[in-house]
Design a protein around this ligand. Structure first.
Ligand code: ZN
Ligand code: ZN
Length: 180
């Protein structure tokens, strides 16, 4: 069975979009929940060395994608296209989250305009709060408007206006919230 190239591309892109939804939910309800915080906590604190326990999530997702590649290769081009979508999402996650926001690459690049800037600022606001509760912006490729996130943080009352502003500008690539 052969799949039309266009259909293949549509499945890959749809998978990327679905993965963002899945990652958002997993981040909000599992990683910040009772069962997943044990690993994810390391990503909301200062860490020593290059790796953090939170990276185990990426390892699990990668292994899942590799498994799916095998299944797809032998059984179905549709599953193969889904595997490519998951892999592409992983790559985009790595560039946006590990790269643009947390600067886990050997050079410094901070976007100062456009959507990439909003993505970085939104994720800094995710890291603005101490601990796992009252965090905002759980997506990795989709970032809500910054004003909306600031308002959400103010409403929850855990951060004052000044610290919210400082989180957006002064946090840089850090994992831990800015403190006084
Ligand atoms: Zn988080
Ligand atoms: Zn992060």
């Amino acid at each position: 069975m052969t799949l039309d190239l266009l259909l293949y591309a549509v499945i890959v892109l749809a998978t990327v979009a679905a993965m963002e939804g899945f990652a958002w939910a997993a981040h909000k309800f599992v990683m910040h929940g009772d069962s997943g915080w044990g690993w994810h906590k390391s990503h909301h604190e200062e860490t020593e060395g290059f790796f953090e326990k939170n990276d185990l999530y990426a390892v699990i997702f990668s292994l899942f994608a590799v498994g799916l590649f095998f299944v797809g290769h032998f059984l179905s081009p549709i599953i193969l296209a889904i595997s490519w979508g998951i892999t592409l999402y992983g790559l985009l996650y790595f560039v946006a989250h590990d790269g643009l926001v947390h600067q886990r690459w050997p050079f410094r690049y901070i976007p100062h305009r456009g959507y990439a800037k909003r993505l970085v600022q939104a994720h800094r606001l995710h890291h603005a709060v101490e601990g796992r509760d009252h965090c905002v912006s759980f997506g990795f490729l989709y970032a809500p408007p910054i004003d909306k996130l600031k308002a959400e943080l103010r409403r929850s009352g855990v951060l004052d206006r000044e610290r919210i502003e400082r989180s957006v500008t002064a946090q840089g690539s850090a994992h831990a919230p800015v403190r006084d």
